[in-house]
Design a protein around this ligand. Structure first.
Ligand SMILES: [Zn+2]
Length: 264
């Protein structure tokens, strides 16, 4: 399986570092899969649907060349080659691209699907229902008794792409673990953390990002619990698992050229 690293949304918040939306494009034997999607073409065409507060504070570039659709095509694939999309959660900067691949199954944790489609008053503000107005082929997942390095897990695609529940940022937030051909794992931890330094000992993170993460969490205690577990995983299993988050530009820059075997 070849893994491509895409940035599907550059964001330049007034406070804090420039951020990316780190998306994985997986070339699997039976089709392409995306892990997260960034913004989609409809978000760019009708940017007001993203909401004024988001546009003014997060300041996304909204560059057509950064959409997953454009980057899939730029690599010589057809949009219909994308058979599956696995989402860490349904916040607007992760789910916007699903409308560009209406034929794909959209895998997400069942609790996140419930949060986004039947949100509480507080949750309503963060989701953009228009991003799934096309009626995606939802494929909600609930964890069973499977375990992955001590975390609960649920198979999304064969045994190579797993959903790892990491609630806190949102109700059903999850990481997505992808097995590389050499047997090591890449864990895309979504918004479970925002800065690679949060996995260091001692952890470090710009103050603005620390405050933002607390503000955005629906359950801050669980978020911090899961962050501690991710730090332990990253420290203890560094040879077996690479842990990344969605928005750290340095992590993305370090991996963008690490396209696994065979890709020019
Ligand atoms: Zn995000």
């Amino acid at each position: 399986m070849r893994i491509h690293h895409l940035n599907c949304a550059t964001m330049r918040p007034a406070l804090g570092p420039t951020m990316v939306a780190h998306v994985l494009l997986l070339e699997r034997p039976d089709g392409l899969a995306l892990v997260d999607t960034g913004f989609g073409t409809e978000d760019l065409a009708r940017r007001r649907r993203l909401g004024r507060p988001f546009l003014l504070t997060v300041r996304p570039d909204l560059d057509p060349a950064e959409t997953a659709l454009a980057q899939v095509k730029a690599r010589g694939f057809a949009p219909s080659d994308v058979t599956d999309i696995v989402l860490t959660h349904l916040d607007l900067d992760h789910a916007g691209g699903i409308g560009d691949f209406p034929q794909a199954r959209v895998h997400v944790h069942a609790r996140e699907h419930a949060a986004a489609t039947t949100p509480t008053a507080r949750e309503k503000a963060r989701y953009v229902a228009g991003q799934w107005a096309h009626g995606p082929r939802w494929t909600p997942h609930t964890e069973g008794s499977d375990a992955w390095f001590g975390f609960a897990s649920v198979t999304a695609l064969d045994d190579d792409v797993l959903i790892i529940p990491l609630p806190g940022h949102t109700r059903g937030h999850a990481g997505v673990a992808v097995r590389r051909d050499d047997g090591t794992w890449l864990l895309h931890a979504g918004d479970a953390f925002f800065h690679g330094g949060q996995l260091d000992v001692p952890a470090r993170c710009p103050a603005s990002l620390t405050a933002f993460q607390r503000l955005m969490a629906v359950d801050n205690r669980r978020r911090l619990d899961n962050l501690a577990r991710l730090q332990e995983l990253a420290q203890g299993r560094s040879g077996e698992v690479t842990v990344i988050c969605a928005h750290d530009k340095a992590q993305y820059d370090a991996l963008r050229t690490e396209i696994s075997p065979g890709t020019p």
